[in-house]
Design a protein around this ligand. Structure first.
Ligand SMILES: [Fe+2]
Length: 285
């Protein structure tokens, strides 16, 4: 096409992708092109600003690797990940989804129900349990609970060379009653990494990098949609200002302080300790 102008270039690009094989891919890419062009026109993007955007993407790729994904963190801190979660949540019910975050590792160790994950970790002992069930139905036996969380220093095991492999992360199968239980430390609020492009962006926007205390979960079971979510401590000081917009009211729960020596002995922890209960409801496929 000759004589491309601000007025006709968008249609020229849309025409160029007309042969896209998958209808959904064509729909998504056409819309993306329209929105990106509209955005560039609206703000009358300068050459310097375009270069800064390319540099951001380049740096994001450079700092990303097997144990850190700055693209995920970019999506999280711009609210895109949560928007996708919200759009794809079942409006009829079931446990709400929340961000995967950048620190998930596939294939962490499989442990028995009731395992104590604390090891050498410092922190407040916390016993977590609950039931996995079909939304509106029965408990699910053999559901896989995949858990990961920060240590007391606010770092995940794969961010911190001083933590042993698999520290404070595990997988566990529910029993015949859909029950899971593990002992860990109370997770702490922490800052998302600020030494990369996301940190520069947050600084420019005058935002803090804090996330309220949470446990990450991936829950899966045959015949059910996989659930990726987080369970938050409702009393955390950052509960209403999560830097990645992951908090939902239904996912914020109390940590009950138990002072009974007898109860502590039952779970093999020292007193006082926290007791946390959370049930997961999966959508049947
Ligand atoms: Fe996290």
């Amino acid at each position: 096409m000759k004589n491309l102008t601000e007025g006709n270039i968008t249609e020229a690009v849309i025409k160029a992708i007309e042969g896209t094989r998958e209808p959904r891919a064509k729909e998504v890419m056409s819309s993306l092109i329209r929105h990106l062009h509209a955005f560039v026109k609206e703000v009358q993007l300068t050459q310097d600003e375009w270069e800064a955007a390319i540099e951001y993407l380049y740096d994001t790729g450079q700092i990303s690797g097997p144990t850190r994904n700055e693209f995920v963190l970019t999506s999280d801190t711009l609210g895109i990940s949560s928007l996708v979660d919200i759009i794809n949540s079942n409006p009829d019910g079931g446990t709400e989804a929340s961000v995967l975050g950048p620190f998930y590792i596939e294939g962490s160790k499989m442990v028995e129900i009731g395992t104590n994950l604390i090891g050498d970790s410092e922190g407040e002992p916390t016993v977590v349990s609950g039931i996995v069930r079909t939304f509106g139905g029965d408990p699910i036996e053999g559901a896989v609970i995949d858990l990961w969380q920060t240590a007391a220093n606010g770092l995940y095991e794969n961010q911190d060379p001083d933590q042993p492999e698999n520290n404070l992360r595990c997988r566990m199968l529910t029993d015949k009653d859909g029950y899971y239980q593990f002992t860990t430390i109370k997770p702490v609020s922490y800052k998302v990494p600020t030494d990369g492009p996301v940190g520069r962006m947050l600084d420019l926007q005058g935002r803090h990098a804090w996330r309220p205390s949470h446990l990450h979960y991936k829950v899966s079971a045959d015949g059910h949609r996989n659930l990726i979510t987080e369970v938050f401590y409702e009393g955390d000081e950052y509960i209403d200002e999560d830097s990645v917009f992951g908090v939902r009211e239904s996912l914020a729960i109390p940590y009950n302080l138990i002072t009974s020596e007898e109860e502590a002995e039952k779970y093999g922890v020292s007193s006082p300790f926290y007791r946390v209960k959370f049930d997961f409801e999966l959508e049947a496929l």
